[in-house]
Write a protein that binds this ligand. Structure first.
Ligand code: NDP
Length: 604
């Protein structure tokens, strides 16, 4: 029996699309909550110690700085490193990198939990491979290699010179008279900079679930992004001997938790995994790099591979699939259905339908994989994701599902509701308390909150307007980078910019774009570069219109940070990614540079 929105079932399919569509909707609805982003609590006050840096000695001090630099780059992760590297390549000498961490690395500095790895192919994910003449050791790099690569970039481009680590920027203030930014920090600095590049990261501020009673827990607890090896023992490769004899709870089953669970399961007396929504877990084959292949790589291989991957995961067909993994499989399925003549309606609707069918097929495979690994049928059922693959970040792991076959590991499924309560001694779900000695929060990072709060600083532009005030009604930029009333300032973020599965790809394009503009500014002897109000408004209108193209997809998704916790609105359309996708976005930037007249920017 079909309803008005449903179609008659297709006999050659091994699944019923109508049934799956209904099931996806049910799972989404069960997870929707009125409080959206408000369900999370900020890590501060009683929880502030969750943010402490475990990798440096406390109490670092230095004399305040009051000097001037040409470009200040705020953030020493991949964004800042790419900006620094591209600027150095263009001949900019006077650059200062500033970061609260004790070294370069950003995400890869802070996150060192057991099992940490990148499940996006290393040959596309790690930036500046050709410049560093480096080919990663395996198809998927572990965290330690990525951290070491970040530091190698810092050395290669001489970015350690003049760097300010363990320095938290608190205030950035524009002065029209001198056309300089003043940078105030936790060390009492009052540095000046002609240009600012903000690369504070998209997932830098850990968040906690606002579970009733969270503050009452008396056992040991920490956030996964600041792993407490002093308590657990071991290192990022595992061997967590400190957990022997301990009952451990982990809240969250996203990409971070998936990598941690096998290690904790191996060492703890008992591990309880508290799940709200299961992740999609695909295979991860991780062969070592073939030295002959590495030697055969010709000039330009890295950009070519990045583009190939990005096109494939963005649904842009390519002659070949260089990466050939779980990420690119979905588009492979879609293309196969075209090649086999199953799809012959190439209208927008026809292609959307074909993509949906390929998605159903892929997710059926993912669910069948759970059945083939997890022995207890009830646990297996609970671990099956019912949503489209790119509604949440897909995960790839070979030991995660297997861990649930261990007698000392229990999946506590909350059926989409989340943990009910935390007590002094444990975690309550469905009225039952699970006592734990240690509670680990793998609950992710702030995404939908105010930019200034996430960056941990306020930006004060012309006439004293703050960025929070300017963006009170929604993000306002040109290309996600320039903001009117904030001259000589470039923001590297994904709001109003093209979102890429491999995030450094976007950062690299932004770094090249910013470098081009600064070169132009230098050539033209510019004192200030600033977007006009009109160009800013036009870009906002474009972004809102483009967001409509992907609105339906996200509206139907299970809640998460990709769809503003299930509440895609006009406001989130303005705050979100460029809806035309990253391939189109990079094309827009490229065409803009080709024009050569800095359209929309006022150069004074
Ligand atoms: P996520 O935001 O992806 O996951 C948070 C988890 O916490 C979700 O499972 C969420 O459930 C759960 N949660 C939140 N509140 C509650 C609650 N009240 N009760 C129970 N569970 C709750 O964070 P991650 O740190 O896992 O990942 C963040 C991002 O970092 C990833 O999306 C990815 O981009 C990146 N990453 C990349 C890796 C890589 O290999 N390249 C590895 C690790 C992370 P729900 O889904 O229902 O909201």
């Amino acid at each position: 029996m079909t309803t008005a929105n449903e179609e008659a079932s297709t006999p050659e399919l091994s699944f019923d699309p109508n049934k799956l569509r209904r099931k996806y909707r049910e799972e989404r609805d069960r997870r929707l909550r009125d409080d959206g982003n408000e369900q999370y609590v900020e890590v501060k006050g009683k929880f502030a110690h969750y943010l402490d840096d475990p990798y440096v000695e406390p109490g670092f001090t230095r004399a305040p700085l009051t000097d001037e630099v040409e470009v200040a780059v705020i953030g020493g992760g991949f964004g800042g490193l790419l900006a620094g590297a591209r600027l150095r390549q263009a001949g900019f000498e006077n650059i200062r990198m500033i970061d609260p961490a004790g070294d370069f690395g950003g995400t890869w500095y802070w996150n060192r939990y057991p099992g940490i790895a990148c499940d996006i192919e290393s040959y596309t994910y790690l930036p500046l491979l050709e410049e560093l003449e480096y080919v990663p050791k395996e198809k998927y790099s572990y965290g330690a290699e990525i951290l070491a690569h970040s530091q190698a970039i810092g050395r290669k481009f001489d970015l350690y010179r003049d760097v300010c680590f363990q320095t938290r920027v608190e205030d950035l203030r524009w002065d029209d008279a001198s056309a300089r930014w003043t940078i105030s920090t936790n060390h009492g600095d009052r540095m000046k900079a002609r240009f600012l590049c903000l690369a504070t990261g998209p997932l830098n501020r850990p968040k906690l679930p606002g579970i009733p009673g969270i503050e009452t827990f008396k056992g040991h607890s920490f956030h996964a992004s600041r792993w407490d090896y002093a308590y657990t023992g071991g290192d990022s490769e595992g061997g967590l001997t400190g957990l022997n004899g301990k009952r451990v709870g982990i809240i969250g089953t996203g990409a971070t938790s998936v990598q941690i669970v096998p290690h904790v399961g191996e060492s703890a007396e008992h591990l309880y995994v508290f799940q709200r929504t299961p992740s999609s877990i695909d295979v991860k084959d991780n062969p070592p790099t073939d030295p002959e292949w590495a030697k055969s790589l010709g000039s330009g291989w890295h950009q070519h591979r990045m583009d190939n991957f990005n096109c494939l995961v963005s649904g842009v067909p390519q002659q070949e699939d260089l990466v050939n993994d779980g990420w690119t499989a979905l588009i492979g399925k879609l293309l196969l259905s075209v090649a086999q003549g199953k799809t012959n309606d190439f209208s927008k609707e026809g292609l959307a339908k074909a993509a949906e069918l390929a998605d159903f097929e892929k997710m059926e495979e993912i669910r069948a994989r759970v059945d083939s690994i997890v022995k207890d049928p009830k646990t297996a059922e609970a671990l099956k994701p019912y949503y489209r693959q790119f509604c949440k970040r897909p995960c790839f792991h070979n030991e995660y599902l297997e861990t649930f076959n261990r007698p000392n590991v229990t999946l506590v499924d909350t059926h989409g509701k989340g943990v009910e309560r935390i007590t002094e001694t444990g975690v309550v779900v469905d009225g039952k308390e699970y006592e734990v000695d240690c509670l680990i929060y793998a609950t992710g990072f702030e995404v939908g909150t105010d930019y200034s709060r996430r960056a941990g600083l306020d930006l004060v532009g012309r006439g004293g307007i703050t960025l929070s005030e300017k963006w009170a009604g929604g993000t306002r930029t040109l290309h996600g980078m320039h903001v009117h009333d904030f001259p000589n300032c470039f923001i590297m973020s994904n709001a109003q910019a093209g979102f890429t599965a491999s995030y450094p790809h976007l950062l690299n394009e932004q770094a090249k774009h910013i470098t081009y503009i600064l070169e132009q500014a230098k050539e033209r002897g510019a004192r200030t570069v600033e977007v006009s109000e009109q160009a800013e408004q036009e870009w906002i209108d474009t972004c809102i219109a483009k967001a409509r193209d992907v609105g339906d997809f996200f509206e139907n998704c299970t809640p998460g940070y990709y769809n503003n916790e299930g509440k895609p609105t006009e406001r989130s359309a303005q705050d979100g990614f460029y809806g035309g996708g990253s391939v189109e976005f990079f094309g827009v930037l490229d065409a803009w540079r080709q024009e050569g007249n800095l359209e929309g920017l006022e150069v004074k």
